[in-house]
Design a protein around this ligand. Structure first.
Ligand SMILES: C[S@@+](CC[C@H](N)C(=O)[O-])C[C@H]1O[C@@H](n2cnc3c(N)ncnc32)[C@H](O)[C@@H]1O
Length: 285
């Protein structure tokens, strides 16, 4: 188990981190957001951050995802198009601290861009606003994008339109239900990516926790892979450490090899931030 330091996607910069906050640049717009992992002091004083930033997210309670965005510069846009690694997405200051893109995921966009081509089938589960779908489709792959939240599919499809990318298959469905249906239909994929939330809602509205469902998710995902295919897994859950992730992967029935790693980004000011775990599982040829 190693540490992987990711690079910044085009147009993005983690400028500084500390004091349970992070300072980020997205094109011309600079934001301040809460960051639990930034438990150390920042490199630059927070007062200087607030002179630079356009927006700051104020959580309604400590560690809450919900809250309000405070405008620090008059005229700062609440939504703006952001051109990154070969595609564009709309970023927006909405009711929660997420803006519409996870920049550390560019480690996966870059892998997909180099490993996938026109003859490859890619399935993006828990696909959010579509960054990995756009990267894979730009490489020419046949792309199926699954998210259970209709509003997310609408955002991903708006991002595809903004990027001038067509031909992605969109599915508003529970990820596991979709996988089980594809297995029954006899379909298979060359690459599957899953980035499940720590807590989720299943097909019948039932609550699940990632640490309970992950072994089954990984096993079914690997069944759905073609021989020689790759399952990419990202996890970000305090309940799921490297040992638990490795144990869940070792339980997969199919013949596989895998590597897991901690994902980190280093700010331009020199502060290292932890972004969860990443695994690549390869099904034997
Ligand atoms: C952490 S985000 C994924 C981020 C994405 N990989 C990226 O980098 O752009 C989790 C996504 O999973 C979706 N989701 C939550 N529960 C789901 C379920 N049961 N089935 C499918 N999607 C689900 C949410 O709507 C959200 O878009």
């Amino acid at each position: 188990m190693g540490k992987t330091y990711g690079s910044f996607p085009f147009g993005y910069e983690l400028l500084d981190a500390g004091g349970s906050l992070k300072l980020e640049r997205w094109g011309d717009i600079v934001t301040i957001r809460p960051e639990l992992q930034a438990y150390f002091p920042p490199a630059r004083p927070l007062s200087s951050w607030r002179q630079t930033a356009h927006w700051e997210f104020i959580p309604e309670k400590q560690a809450s995802l919900n809250g309000t965005w405070k405008k620090l510069k008059p005229g700062a846009p609440a939504q703006w198009p952001f051109a990154t690694d070969g595609f564009s997405v709309y970023l927006e200051t909405s009711g929660n601290k997420h803006l519409g893109l996870f920049p550390e995921q560019n480690i996966n966009w870059r892998w997909l861009s180099t490993e996938l081509g026109p003859e490859k089938k890619f399935l993006n589960l828990f696909a959010y606003t579509g960054a990995s779908s756009l990267a894979a489709r730009t490489a020419g792959a046949d792309v199926t994008h699954v998210d259970s939240v209709r509003a997310m599919i609408a955002k991903a499809s708006a991002n595809a339109e903004l990027s001038g990318i067509t031909g992605i298959r969109w599915a508003v469905e529970d990820a596991m239900k979709f996988v089980q249906r594809e297995l029954r239909r006899g379909n298979s994929y060359d690459c599957i990516q899953m980035d499940p939330p720590a807590y989720g809602l299943g097909a019948k509205g039932e609550k699940w926790k990632l640490e309970n469902l992950l072994p089954e998710m990984l096993d079914s995902g690997c069944q759905l892979l073609n021989r020689g295919g790759t399952l990419i897994v990202s996890t970000y859950s305090p309940k799921l450490g490297t040992e638990e992730l490795n144990a869940a992967i070792t339980g997969v029935q199919a013949g596989i090899s895998f590597e897991t790693s901690e994902l980190w980004l280093k700010s331009t000011s020199g502060k290292a931030l932890f972004y969860g775990l990443i695994a690549r599982i390869r099904k034997e040829s």
